[in-house]
Ligand binder design. Sequence first.
Ligand SMILES: [Zn+2]
Ligand SMILES: [Zn+2]
Length: 395
Amino acid sequence: MALDELGITIDRSELEALTALRRDLHAHPELGFEEVRTSDIVARQLEAEGITVHRGLGRTGVVGTLSVGTSGRAIALRADMDALAMPELSDRPYKSTVANAMHACGHDGHTTLLLGAARQLARTRSFDGTVHFIFQPAEEGRGGAKAMVDDGFFDLFKVDRVYGLHNMPGLAVHEMAVTAGPQLASSDSWEARFTGIGTHGAKPHLGRDAVTAAGHFLTALHTIVARVVDPLQSAVVSACAIEAGDFRALNVIPDTVRIGGTARAYSAEVRDVLEREIGQLAQGVAATFGIKAEYEFTRRIPPVVNDADATERAYRAACAVVGAQNVRTDFPPSTAGDDFAFFGAEVPGSYVWLGNGPAVDGALHHNSRYDFNDGAIPTGVAFWTRLVEQELAQA
Ligand SMILES: [Zn+2]
Ligand SMILES: [Zn+2]
């Protein structure tokens, strides 16, 4: 379906400019908290439209503030700017020029969409109230949203509601998914360290074997989701790293074994269960084998749970742009995380998905051949623009 059949129109020269910008950002990816060039481009383009710019919030974060009319209402829209530490393997004219850095999650697209909407709204001034355009650093696990909140985002800017958007391959560029409730899981890490008494591999009875204990811990680990968490709730516990001994010393039973991994949940309750149970299991197994266990659970990102009212508002904007038949309201949650949760924890929020077309060559998010689909630019810009016009409607 052609976008103009849906009434999504965008000025041709503006679309060319946004496409060129998106590809320029793709060619110059920057990792979390290193988005110096990207945030400078964002800030200068916002300033060129007369938008008030606040730089350096959360180190490389930028907030653009546009007020029109007299209404005291205010909303915030968030885009993330960072790339991933991985090589780009596809050959495209705008391939990454930075070794081992790549926009494999489409944040180059997110930055472009929000900038496009900011430019359009600064020109049309077709609303009454205040909109804050958040350009967040370091979404990919380095804590950019928390850094912005810790730097006083909500003290500096009064916000009634906050919205986030992520591209989603598999949905067409004229499709969106807007769903109330859990969207993304909490993303926490844990580590268990087993300490026994190292000994000669031929004389295990003279020590206390942490390696065997760790094996029991690993097998039992997956009973937490299967046997402890409510079957009607979802959770993931994965062991992702293990470290012990030395392959050059296969006659030595080591003193210690470290095991670490990730834990994911969609509610505060299940998150608490995972934290408690992984630790209890580590201690219990250690006691069984007469060794010691140390345990650490690091809370990184809370789950993203869409507020019902904010989601209804986002849904109406999406319907106005692509038509209700192209808005999915039953989209399944993802076990990935997004630190948009730190904004959504302070005020009602909603996080929506924008179609990014078919997965080209099977490349999905975080694949070394992934590329944001520029065909989604008109839809994304129109969604952000319409959301502001509806949320802050002129009397
Ligand atoms: Zn990502
Ligand atoms: Zn992402």
